[in-house]
Design a protein around this ligand. Sequence first.
Ligand code: PLP
Length: 671
Amino acid sequence: MKDIYLDCNATTGVLPAAVAAASAAMAHGYGNPSSTHATGLQARAMMDGVRALARRLLGSGEGRLMFNSGATEGIQTAVLSALCALRERRDAGQRIGSLLLYGATEHKAVPESLAHWNRLLGLNLTLRALPVDSDGRHDLAVLDELIGETAMLCTMAANNETGVISDLTAIAQLLEERGAHACWMVDCVQALGKLQLNLAATRIDYAPFSGHKLYAPKGIGMLYVRAGAPFTPLIMGGGQETGQRSGTENMAGIAALGAVLAALDDGVTFRSHGELAQFRMRLAASLQSALPGLVFNMPFALSLPTTLNFSVPGVSSKELLDLFDAAGVRVSSGSACSASKALPSYVLEAMEVPAWRASSAIRMSFGPLTDEATIVAACERIERCGQALRASCLLPSAPAPLAPLAPSSAVRDGVTELSVDGRSTWLLADAASSSCVIVDPQAALVPRLAAFVRCQGYRVQAIVHTDAPRDQGAARQSLQEALAIDSTDAFDAQGRLAFGAGLRRIDCGDTQVYLLGNSLAFTGALDARVVAALLSPDLVTPDTVLCGSRDDGSICATVRPVQPAVAPALQLDTAGLAAWLPAHPDAIVVDVREAHEQAACMGQVFDGHAVHSVPLSRLAGAVAGWLRAPQRPIVFFCRSGNRSMKAAQCLRRLGHQQSFSLNGGLALAPR
Ligand code: PLP
């Protein structure tokens, strides 16, 4: 299965002509452009040619145009230059204003550089984020208010997460009308190759660029500085780049950038705005039909034609990312993910989109070199992802059940853990009686749980809590309302419920334990007191799997003491696995990706080996079987190695010392 790369706002592949140019620069044109012999002169001629082309394409006029390592360096240089000049002016008794104003959706390199140099230079100006409106564009009324106090203004030409294009003309007009003296930096990273630029004709003082966002390699960039704008070199040394940026030039990078600029100049290599907009419409249509309820987080008319940013109700960015990755479609999460909590995107927060959208966003971005076949294939895979997710019955906005893509893709039976912010909700499903029990429901999961119940046509036998719920039962209440059910506590006087292997409520002080047969127990706190209570009347066996309401990453436990790891290293790499499998013919290979990821995945994983499917969220239900003697070696794998590591660690803690994780996951497996 060929990868479909739709993460071009993060970085792009390298244009073949750029690879050839870099390779030629390294193989033959390896001279140092500062050398005065012929080899050096040839290198200099190449570099001068690239600079001249860049000057023409960017319209840099009399301004400076220096090569550097990329936009982060360009941003430093611009900020340092402006702040040094501001300090000099202030020291000379001139009024400079008190604010360093930056767009609230700027790349982190901007506020971080401002804060750094402001502190280092002892300027002590106030950093202030300029708000944006719901379209992601700068609030010009606030800019108007603050511009008189602004010493430096930083805005971007187009946003990397949403593609929203700033109204630079309106900002320039405002600066003009107010006679503003502020230094103005415009981060042009996402604009190169996508927006027309004529820099010297504008009021912009500094414009950083990065090669790797437009098919040049990483480590090469450019900085434009308007003629007459303050300039201080960031790097001093041998005086290269006419003293503006010392250090021997990255000639391979410059040659490659030159090839990209030549492609931009030829007018045929890269696709037109209109063609790209067409591609985006096709992707958008596929997304909307595959993922009902999907909402776009950017205004199409005001954003780059190569960027889509969207959220799907009830589905986290991590889940969508895993799903797309399984289908071989590389996209990125618009929100940073920490260990157990999805951090919302500050860009979307600044646009004041609802919290659920800011913390579940996905960015899909392509580039001006993307071809039609890629878009067609991407649309097909998006459709497959949608089918897999709808068949899982966990997509709140798709009430109708779908035939599963693979037998495992619907969670019709067994125990599933759903985690939010470090807490676990357990969904107990019994296919035989078409009913389910929900343990410790959380508000954030209500739409999803309701979707599951409706989509499967299940009867809810009970909604229970193991601890006093922190929300005083509000989530339970809203789940009952969503499903239009009155009461769900059908336990008899002995605390028993006819469900699956039999569900029994045991009172352990502040904690209620729910015992399913004698193989699984759902508990709140899993402390020594609860364990003792369970052990004293022999309610559980040493193999009973205990599932807690707190998600600390351990998945499940037993009443046995935690086992120290005594077995061989936990991780196997792909090369190691190839040798390990034949030596362990009885080994069990387990895919712990979620069922919808497995369903979206095309092609065979691990040729020649039976692969068991046990999603990590359903691991607790499978643990008891694996713990029973005779233990067979188990190797878990997933997308990146994180979930399989948790599974292997869980089993080792429970005493299964022959459990392993595939290091790096399928991402590093040979294809
Ligand atoms: N500015 C924007 C808008 C970006 O998207 C990026 C890269 O993600 C940067 C700056 C930093 O660029 P570089 O990786 O070249 O340092």
